[in-house]
Design a protein. Structure first.
Lengths: 764, 193, 189
């Protein structure tokens, strides 16, 4: 296919595109004058964004002195191309200013006060391109801020970096707008530099063939380029017939290759890349001379100018400076329109301060006779007469008349169906319209509205997604919250059921209370049967010591009672009885002989321990109680003086022994306890005192306990055995606290008793 | 075979139900503002009319005539049409909800579409046979569809056109319909039945 | 006899057809109403709730079930027209009795703006925002992600210090609309 295209081109035959017009040629105004170098303007206004894409990040601030060619913005993104200072000077302001856009809206611009010195930053001229890698070249192009200079302003480094298999590289030198001659002059004057730029592109893109498309109304440019490319077979200069809009990308592709770029596709998809002549020149400048894109050729033309000509304008040069340089006739006339771009596709600038940017190729200042419509405020539009001329000239083969109806009716879906997006805004339809309908403007409005609608749709879609996401999130949070509540509730329940230490305590307390009640019942039964006499006798004794002993005995009895109540009463009591008898004898022996007594006591203690262990397993509370009783004894020990201590120690030891024996003894055996009490009684005075204190304490305790419940008090008064027990159960807390203290004391006491025993031994 | 073909062409073009016989004018004006709706309506009408002419033939021939109950013709036809329309409505609702919405009231109104009852009664009057009845019903519906879709396409263009003020809206639609009728008059004599 | 026969014939025809329709109604039962999604696509998705429904989708659901089509204040006349087209009903003027904020007179989109020095960081606006377009934390200044803001007004009312206001988006060359009268028609002789 490529071969047939080349063959055809070498024969000088081309394809044609549909439609097109032949507007009167006005290039003669400027085409024969060389490009003029202008003096430096006083101030440059450099918009941050001069291409399609986004503006870069500012690198300079107000007051900075910049050198010619210094970058003013930084590219952070492939779609961003930097801008450079076109000359040296001081940045006087960075503010919003009117830019070269049909809207007349403002954008951020850098105001550069020119110092007139025009000093360059350091440049690194590259003499040998072979040293550079492709990547480096592309980087240089990107850093030079080159964007398509034909009008669209697409970043060139992206186009030059395409990986696709490129068949055709087309250099667009058609320049079909009737007034513009900037590319024409550039080709005449800089053909070698342009060809060098093309060579760089050739190296980057490696196309099969390079076609330079030039309209046949530029004979000098054709000659110059043919001369420059004589030695290169790959480059073909194609002289195409003059027709507007040959310079359109898709149109030129069709003319040169016969391929129609289909709707919705780009030439790159078909292996075709197109670059503008001026872009090629800028690429050469950037790569070889390290010169960023800071100036361009601008055609300043129109019959309102005395000296229409092409000029090298620095980017950022205000339009009024250019007009002054070209001697505008009636600059004072407010109504004088200034059109940026060609007459077919350009737009009126709203301010004389609008700066030249990378894409501005023409400033048109028409006289009234030349372009009367530009001077009229109101459109001379009349009704469409359905002549169909617009369809005949449309290069995109659309139906301009249908588009117009739908655009007026804002029927955007219909416009989509009619492929409005393929309209290139060439203005051929409006040019031929006998009713002077500004068709392109209707399309432009419709396109802008469709674009806006699409943006809104996108935004709505995004909002919807975000809303849904939020709803989902709230839902999740709600569920999570409920879950948490549930978990907390479950944890609370579990804590209630689970065997945590406190819970166990509470439970065992309950159990203890129950057990005590049972014991009470059992003891009641017992007292009613056999115990009553012994109890009463114990009550009658009324001795202090005996009372202490009795209290201890009671505790033991209670424990045992529990055992009795839980186990088989008779057997247990029998075994205990037998043990008690043994111990009773041993205790009796203790009193006269200390040593023996001690051994016996030890044995008794061991036995008591065993017993108490068994009781402990059944009831903790009672064990605690036992200890509290011990404390009362211990307390006496603590409070007394040395002698008393010794005495108390003895007493305590005795009490212990007594307790042990008492613990074994039943209620029935209380009568046996009496002699033991007597032995205690036989001890010295000091011991008595101690015992008295102990008793008092135990009394106080029992009193406090007794206070808690009236009924229990009654019972307590009735049965001394249970008197201590019941209130104890009721005042669990107190008992617990007491138990805790008791435990601590018991520990101390254990140590002390050891010491005392030693003392005792010494004493003995 | 030729007879059937002639009957079909004759019904579609020459004796067009809408423009020549002035039957079924209400959906013709009502659902012709958009082409999409018109196409949907056309499908529904083709379905209803063909089925209705078939069923009404069967009911007349095998039920009413043998039992000498010809005086029940109209009543039973209305019943048949109502059932077919109801059935169509269900199908349309199931298959294309948006078309169902677009057709709106005009879908059940096919019941009282004079073209539908007209085709059943004309079948009887013209003493058509089984196949003739079906072709006649199908042809009538086809003619209706053709005119409806063409008319709706024109109305879509009219909506965006610069119509002089006094003619805007229904007025220009009526004028267009009149002009279409005029054009269809040109088919007269194309087929002689 | 004749009368009985007539009744019998018509009755049997009716019975047969009735059975047929009964079958059809089961066979062609419509489960979901796809119209809801189409309606939802037409709505502006600001989720503002000015229609009295908690979001755009619920309103779309309601419209498909016969709710008035003119309650979408952010969508304005355009949306009403589209819904009317889809539903095959007449266009109605906007019913702004539900609208909380002032309905946009101009078509210019608005976004919420937090006056930063007044913000006390109460997070109330964050909770009100249907599209999570407000960022900030308790006792920290809040701010609005302009690109995500739908301009629904919902955050304005909850602010205890009235530090949120609706501002029009400025014209930029990205959202600028061609003005037909600004460009003269050019014709060359």
């Amino acid at each position: 296919m490529v071969e047939s295209v080349i063959e055809r081109i070498t024969r000088g035959r081309f394809w044609d595109f549909h439609g097109g017009i032949h507007p009167p040629e006005q290039k003669f105004l400027t085409k024969n004058k060389p490009i003029k170098q202008l003096a430096l303007p006083k101030q440059l206004i450099i918009p941050l964004q001069q291409h399609i894409g986004r503006e870069g990040d500012l690198l300079v601030s107000i007051g900075d002195h910049v050198l010619k060619g210094q970058a003013l913005t930084l590219s952070t993104n492939p779609m961003v191309v930097p801008i450079h200072a076109p000359t040296s000077g001081v940045i006087s302001a960075i503010k919003m200013s009117v830019i070269a856009h049909p809207s007349g809206l403002s954008q951020l611009c850098v105001f550069l006060d020119v110092d007139g010195e025009d000093t360059w930053r350091k440049r690194e001229v590259c003499p040998d391109l072979a040293q550079l890698s492709n990547h480096e070249i592309i980087e240089k192009i990107a850093d030079a801020g080159i964007a398509g200079m034909g009008g669209a302003g697409f970043p060139t480094h992206i186009k030059a970096n395409s990986k696709a298999d490129i068949k055709f590289l087309i250099i667009n030198g058609a320049e079909c707008e009737p007034y513009i001659t900037s590319d024409d002059l550039l080709m005449m004057e800089q053909s070698n530099a342009i060809v060098d730029g093309i060579k760089i592109l050739d190296r980057l893109l490696t196309p099969t063939v390079i076609l330079i498309g030039i309209e046949d109304n530029k004979p000098k440019a054709i000659q110059a380029l043919q001369q420059a490319t004589k030695t290169i077979d790959k480059i073909k200069v194609c002289v195409v017939p003059t027709k507007y809009p040959t310079g359109g990308e898709k149109q030129l592709v069709q003319i040169l290759t016969g391929q129609e770029v289909k709707s919705g596709r780009l030439p790159i998809h078909d292996g075709i890349v197109m670059q503008n002549i001026a872009t090629c020149f800028a690429i050469n400048e950037a790569v070889r001379h390290d010169t960023p894109l800071i100036r361009r050729v601008v055609t300043v033309t129109g019959q309102a100018l005395k000296k229409p000509q092409n000029v090298w304008a620095l980017l950022g040069t205000p339009v009024n400076f250019l007009l002054e340089q070209c001697d505008v006739e009636n600059i004072n006339n407010e109504k004088q329109p200034v059109i940026m771009g060609g007459p077919m596709m350009g737009f009126s600038v709203s301010s004389e301060l609008v700066p030249i940017v990378k894409t501005s190729n023409c400033i048109l200042v028409p006289s009234k006779t030349e372009m009367p419509s530009a001077f009229e405020k109101e459109s001379k539009e009349v009704e469409c007469i359905r002549c169909g001329q617009c369809s005949d000239v449309c290069p995109s083969q659309l139906l301009p008349q249908e588009l117009q109806w739908s655009a007026k009716a804002k029927d955007y879906s219909q416009l989509e169906k009619l492929n409005l997006r393929d309209c290139i805004d060439c203005g051929a339809c409006a040019y031929v319209c006998p009713s002077q309908i500004p068709l392109v403007h209707y399309y432009r409005i419709a396109k802008a509205e469709i674009r806006q609608q699409q943006q809104l749709d996108l935004k709505a879609e995004k909002a919807k997604i975000r809303f849904e996401a939020r709803k989902l999130r709230l839902e999740k949070e709600k569920i999570a919250r409920q879950e948490k509540h549930k978990k907390a509730a479950a944890a609370r329940k579990a804590a209630m059921n689970k065997a945590t230490p406190e819970a166990e305590g509470a439970k065992s307390a309950v159990a203890a209370a129950l057990a005590r009640v049972k014991a009470k019942k059992a003891s009641k039964e017992q007292t009613s049967t056999a115990d009553s006499p012994s109890n009463s006798s114990a009550d009658n004794v009324d001795d202090q010591k005996s009372q202490v002993a009795a209290a201890i005995a009671r505790a033991k009895a209670k424990k045992k009672l529990k055992e009795v109540s839980s186990d088989k009463p008779i057997t247990n009591s029998e075994t205990v009885n037998s043990v008690a008898e043994v111990e009773a004898t041993s205790t009796q022996q203790t009193s006269p002989e200390d040593k023996k007594a001690k051994i016996a006591a030890a044995v008794a203690r061991a036995k008591a321990k065993k017993l108490s262990k068994s009781t402990e397993t059944t009831d903790k509370a009672s064990a605690n109680e036992e200890i509290t009783e011990e404390i009362s004894v211990q307390k006496t020990v603590n409070s007394d003086d040395k002698k008393a201590k010794i005495a108390a120690a003895i007493a305590k030891a005795k009490a212990k022994k007594l307790k042990n024996t008492a613990s074994i003894s039943d209620g029935e055996k209380q009568s046996d306890d009496a002699p033991i009490q007597n032995t205690v009684n036989a001890d010295d005075k000091k011991a008595k005192v101690a015992a008295a204190i102990a008793k008092a304490k135990s009394k106080a305790l029992s009193k406090a306990n007794a206070k808690t419940a009236a009924e229990e008090k009654v019972e307590a008064s009735e049965n001394d055995n249970n008197g201590d027990v019941l209130p104890d159960g009721a005042t669990d807390k107190k008992a617990k606290i007491a138990a805790a203290i008791a435990k601590a004391k018991a520990k101390k006491k254990l140590k002390e008793t050891n010491a005392v025993e030693e003392n005792n031994q010494d004493g003995v | 075979m030729t007879d059937y073909l002639l009957l079909l062409v004759g019904t579609v073009l020459v004796n067009n139900f809408v423009l020549v016989q002035f039957l079924g004018l209400c959906p013709f004006m009502g659902v012709s503002s958009r082409t999409e709706t018109a196409i949907g309506m056309s499908f529904a009408t083709v379905f209803v009319m063909t089925l209705a002419s078939l069923l009404s033939y069967l009911v007349t021939t095998y039920l009413l005539v043998p039992l000498n109950l010809e005086y029940l013709t109209t009543m039973s036809f209305i019943l048949v049409i109502a059932v077919v329309v109801q059935f169509t409505e269900m199908v349309v609702h199931k298959t294309s909800a948006s078309l169902y919405r677009l057709l709106g009231i005009f879908l059940p109104l096919i019941t009282t579409n004079c073209a539908v009852l007209g085709v059943a009664l004309l079948n009887l009057r013209l003493q058509h046979g089984f196949f003739e009845s079906i072709i006649y019903g199908f042809g009538a519906a086809l003619g209706f569809s053709l005119v409806l879709i063409m008319f709706s396409a024109m109305r879509e263009k009219l909506a965006n056109a610069d119509v002089p003020g006094p003619f805007k809206g229904t007025a220009i639609a009526m004028i267009t319909a009149g002009l279409m009728s005029l054009a269809f008059l040109g088919f007269t004599g194309l087929v002689k039945i | 006899m004749n009368i009985l026969l007539a009744i019998l014939v018509l009755g049997s025809i009716a019975a047969i057809f009735g059975a047929l329709l009964g079958f059809a109604s089961v066979r062609f039962k419509v489960d979901a109403d796809p119209i809801v999604d189409q309606l939802d696509a037409l709505l502006p998705q600001t989720q503002c709730g000015q229609c009295g429904y908690p979001g755009c989708k619920p309103y779309a659901q309601a419209v498909s079930e016969g709710e008035a089509i003119n309650k979408c204040a952010p969508g304005g006349e355009d949306t009403i027209k589209k819904i009317a087209d889809l539903m095959g009903v007449e266009v109605q003027p906007l019913d702004d009795s539900h609208a909380t904020g002032d309905t946009p007179k101009s078509n210019r989109p608005k976004v919420a703006f937090v006056i930063e020095e007044d913000c006390i960081g109460c997070t109330k606006c964050i909770q009100a925002c249907p599209v999570d377009a407000i960022i900030g934390a308790a006792k920290q200044m809040h701010t609005i992600i302009i690109d995500e803001c739908t301009g629904c007004d919902l955050c304005v009312a909850p602010c205890p210090v009235d530090c949120i206001e609706m501002r029009e988006l400025p014209d930029t060359i990205h959202n600028w609309q061609w003005d037909l009268t600004s460009i003269p028609v050019k014709q060359l002789d």
